[in-house]
Design a protein around this ligand. Sequence first.
Ligand code: CO
Length: 295
Amino acid sequence: MRRLSRFLVLLLLLQLVLAAPAMAHGDSRPDKEAILLVAFGSSMPEGQKALKSFDALARKAFPGVEVRWAWTSRIIRDKLTAAKTPHPDSPVLALARLAEDGYTRVAVQSLHSIPGEEFSDLEETVRRFDGMPKGLRAITLGRPLLALPADLPLAAKALLEAQGQRKPGEAVIFMGHGTAHTGNAMYPALQYHLWMLDKDAFVATVEGAPSLDEVLPLLQRNSIRSARLVPLMAVAGDHAHNDMAGKEEDSFASRLKAQGIASTPVLQGLAETPAIAALWLEHLRDAVQELKEMK
Ligand code: CO
């Protein structure tokens, strides 16, 4: 009995010694984990529903863990603020709020398609929150959909499988955003992997390379008469409804029509496409695992 109580006293002392460094800095907060999902954002309810569907998926995969959102697009946040429509915070504000609300360990997951400008900015934001005094103790960042070389064949396969059976001779064109950032290289890289599986699957971007102008002769070469148009974006928002499927003469649909190619738009975001959402969820699992391995 005496031996047992001596042992308990020792154990208590040991605990005090181990806890001392944290207490010396006045940081006695218990650890609390959270997930921050970060998207570009969307001003259209049609776009926002894709993010809601991923939200449900993340909550189901990590029951009991706080899940919050941030949007990287200031333009979209400002637009919704002006319309008095509630919307997620910026990443900076969301991370500050998490720390303020007592969360100490946060896995951030990017829902961007490529590691472009939006992701670079997010990376920088996360880096600055890392080790901030009285802030978060640990923070990790999950990579976008197309980031590592190993992501590309998986994404190509999932993108094609998500289309199901296509009509004979029907091409599929995945419309990416495109950027002047080096991350744009992910689009031609994805194109390579798509062609390994399907000669009639193409990537064309709105603002980068490859452009639709570069893809049109390839469609002619393959004698394509019809094409399915799919946004290569988390949400089917403004770009998908206007630049891809819109009636204006510079939309993808109109430019294809001018070449005698009929198109069918698929107005579904990748975040609500199960096979692709599953890949993003894997990236989130990696970020959560990395967080667990951090002190
Ligand atoms: Co844009």
